[in-house]
Ligand binder design. Structure first.
Ligand code: HEC
Length: 161
């Protein structure tokens, strides 16, 4: 007899506990800030202008008038390390043609892509989409910060012709 009362009390308590648990879970999943946006819904046009600064150490690059000496240094690095995959026209080679790149992308995005393409392809939506379209990864060319800045200057010069 006592055992029966004990059992039903226990069942009642278990039931109550389950309800509380369900409520706790329910309130967690319905919080709007934790709802992820599925990738498929965000369509990215890789040819379009993007304001993104990308992912990486370059968060603010200040631009002034194009410095021809810097651009010349950038050209030298570009010619040895980038022309194997990129043209300075709009034509795709292994990678996208880089004509107009400085109006399609921010200086920060370009420098993050040049110095750390692996991180960009993994974490930046535009770089990720480019990789999905081309299916060839951009190789890390061990470009230093100054070199990257010089290449950016060269690309600016190329776009201002
Ligand atoms: C092995 C080939 C390869 C080399 C070498 C290479 N890239 Fe790339 N690059 C790519 C590919 C492929 C992409 C497209 C994105 C991807 O798949 O990772 C790309 C993307 C880019 C982008 C973005 C283009 C866009 O339309 O947004 C820039 C900028 C860029 N590369 C600059 C450079 C520079 C500067 C160098 C030289 C330091 C360089 N790349 C070296 C293959 C290469």
């Amino acid at each position: 007899m006592e055992n029966r009362i004990f059992n039903s009390t226990l069942r009642g308590l278990t039931f109550l506990f389950m309800i509380l648990l369900l409520q706790a879970c329910g309130s967690k999943t319905s919080a709007p800030e934790t709802t992820p946006v599925p990738d498929a819904i965000v369509e990215i046009d890789t040819k379009a202008h993007s304001d993104s600064k990308g992912v990486g150490k370059f968060t603010e690059v200040k631009l002034e008038a194009i410095d021809p000496a810097r651009a010349e240094l950038g050209k030298a690095v570009f010619t040895t390390k980038c022309t194997t995959c990129h043209k300075l026209t709009a034509d795709k080679f292994v990678g996208p043609g880089l004509e107009g790149i400085t109006s399609r992308r921010t200086p920060e995005w370009i420098m993050n892509m040049i110095t750390n393409p692996e991180l960009m392809m993994k974490s930046d939506p535009v770089a990720k989409k480019l990789f999905e379209e081309i299916l060839t990864p951009m190789a890390n060319q061990n470009i230093g910060d100054e070199e990257a800045r010089n290449i950016l200057e060269y690309l600016r010069q190329n776009d201002n012709k």
